[in-house]
Design a protein around this ligand. Sequence first.
Ligand code: SF4
Length: 321
Amino acid sequence: MRASSARGCRLCGHNCQVDRRSGQRGRCGAGQAIGFAQAVAHHGEEPPLSGVSPGGSGAIFFTRCNLACAFCQNWQISQTPGAGLDITIENLVEVMLRLAEAGVHNINLVSPTPYVVEIAQALNLAKSQGLKLPIVYNSGGYDSPRALAIMEGLVDIYLPDAKIGLDPSLGPGDPDPVAMRLFGAGDYAAVNQLALKEMWRQTGHLTLDSRGLATRGLLVRHLVLPDDLARTSLVLPWLAESLGPATYLSLMAQYHPNHRLRGDSLAEFRQFPGLTRPLSLREYELSVDQAWRLGLTNTFVQDLAAATNYRPNFNKPDAFN
Ligand code: SF4
């Protein structure tokens, strides 16, 4: 079976409406086939996903992301033309079943948004062939209602980013120049808030089994940036008010000046001097304190050493080892 990519693609906030079945490509660069980079047992995800036993999270990394984060740690596969392999739906089913046989705790679809049509078909096939593991949808949080409707009933755990808060000084529909510069999407926050609400409607708050492993629900990731550039101080109250203080949150400290925050591209970001340095302990502690004050007690925190520990290299067979 060939991958049958979206016709008039509206799978993310960019709403390109290109006919990928006829070979057109939109902002993400995804075409007809599934762009595949790597499948690994990942031991560096949050504890409910990676677990403490040897299994790990069965991470399947797709290429050609629909966002363009300036400091993306996966830039080798997300923003490099020609990276990875083009695979079929059957190939993807084999990858899922192989990970399950290896003993992973879940199937973790990383940057799946441009491929939800094919992923839905692969999941139906894999489930019919015995796949019983929880399915994790691990996206940048810029998913359209259409993409999430396709995934409803197939995904057990949503693991989206909330990359930046909504700037209250902007009018409805006004593009956000900071979100555009940092993530390649001027309407990111508005699209993200709708997506998170829909993910929560579908699956509710995260639930864990007796081993502490996630079985269903929503876990939101937020990377705290230097100088509050991700507007953490607005993201946290929105989560507490809109989804409730029982929301599971992964508050990440692993910012590192990466990708376009190095070398010749650095000059493009001179208006954001904080991005040239790691997050300070003080900045991170302020964000953790705010989360606790808002009652977001289901918050996973990171050591600042994560900035050096979680830098993958996709030129290696296992990017994390
Ligand atoms: S997934 Fe998003 S960026 Fe890619 S073609 Fe579809 S609408 Fe455009």
